[in-house]
Design a protein around this ligand. Sequence first.
Ligand code: DSN
Length: 508
Amino acid sequence: MNEVPCAWATVTVPTRPPEARMTQQPLSSESLSRESTAYRAALDVVRAVEPRVAEAIGQELHDQREMLKLIASENYASPATLLAMGNWFSDKYAEGTVGRRFYAGCRNVDTVESLAADHAKELFGARHAYVQPHSGIDANLVAFWAILAQRVEAPTLERVGVRQINDLSESDWAELRAAFGNQRMLGMSLDAGGHLTHGFRPNISGKMFEQRSYGTDPATGLLDYEALRATAREFRPLIIVAGYSAYPRLVNFRVMREIADEVDATLMVDMAHFAGLVAGKVLTGDFDPVPHAQIVTTTTHKSLRGPRGGMVLCDDSLRDQVDRGCPMVLGGPLPHVMAAKAVALAEARRPEFRDYAQRIVDNARALAEGLMRRGATLVTGGTDNHLTLIDVASSYGLTGRQAEAALLDSGIVTNRNAIPSDPNGAWYTSGIRIGTPALTTRGLGAAEMDEIAALIDRVLTAAEPGTTAKGAPSKAQHVLEPKVAEEISRRAADLLAGFPLYPSIDLG
Ligand code: DSN
């Protein structure tokens, strides 16, 4: 047996004898880890019905093991979290909330939903947690409609003197519906690192709200709070949304709340990207959104390292409105995912999660420093959180799309992202976003981050912009010598070999 340190626990892994490694002979069933036994049995059951699905599940594990995953919004959930999702909780309808369901037979769903909510409240110090949202977009929709219910619907009901919307006359209802559609939101601009769901037209939030954006100071790349304050005073939004998916610095939520209070706006924080850093107490005080915002949304699968899903935290004033998320904007809750959220949140309450969160940030800093030392230009000149944004246009003469493709050729998975005032727009972009939550889960540290910076720099230095089929300059095509891609892929695989992913799982 081998003791392998990984992010979730120290696991004991059966040692494969050399001859078994060379010939891929299966381990005997007595020497398999319990995770291997569980997954082999599960895949056998799936294989008997649709073998291609079983094969794809196995292939996905293989691919994830091989990839140098630097996508800032991805991670690896623990086997316990993954297993909690694959069961008959999926068969249950449970509209409503704990103890107040629209369906009978929900006592076990009540158990897991209460556990997940209690863990979330303890972990984040929140008054209330709603763990039903299926994704971050869903969590944001719940939050928007909770705020609209509190600030637009409730005053209308009070003015008219009725208790619920079904008691409104047709004309009062028409007036309320018009009022819903006449509200304002102030969110961070996309090219400064904001998110599509913070009031942008391609998302429902942009169709619901009149939106204005705040951004960063062109000189420093940092959030410009005074410009934000001036916009808020002039625009008078109902909601100010803070939070980002591509901003490499910290946000001062105390200042954001001051600004919101000054203009009578509700402060909503979308902490999807950095929830793990809040849970792990790396972001505290002014940088912890929970004590400052009236409502906080998150995904559960990014730095928080849970199952794919969403969650809303709020103060007492919004609790009832948030709990109406289903059926207002959500389909039936996913009890199997809420079970997995309870497991992952229990893991995040352990002391080792704090070490993990700190290492995410230490690794991001090491990666950023390694890149800058080799000449890369980073937006804002570094990072304070889990992500870094490389300006690949000015550093390497590439678009984000070309850089993303060249890195993928070389076994490094990233995603392109706009940078402030991006000359290449949101599709081709001038940036590459990289993040450390996933590789930190695998156990990589600062020394490996420096090695990864060297690999990234080597690929981006060697890559060149390509041309279209007709020989015109292309923002999409790139040229990278296959021998460079092969060399870097090999070095990436060698690096990862020392940090096995899901070391306790051997599918044979
Ligand atoms: N898709 C997430 C991200 O990559 O940041 C945000 O929705």
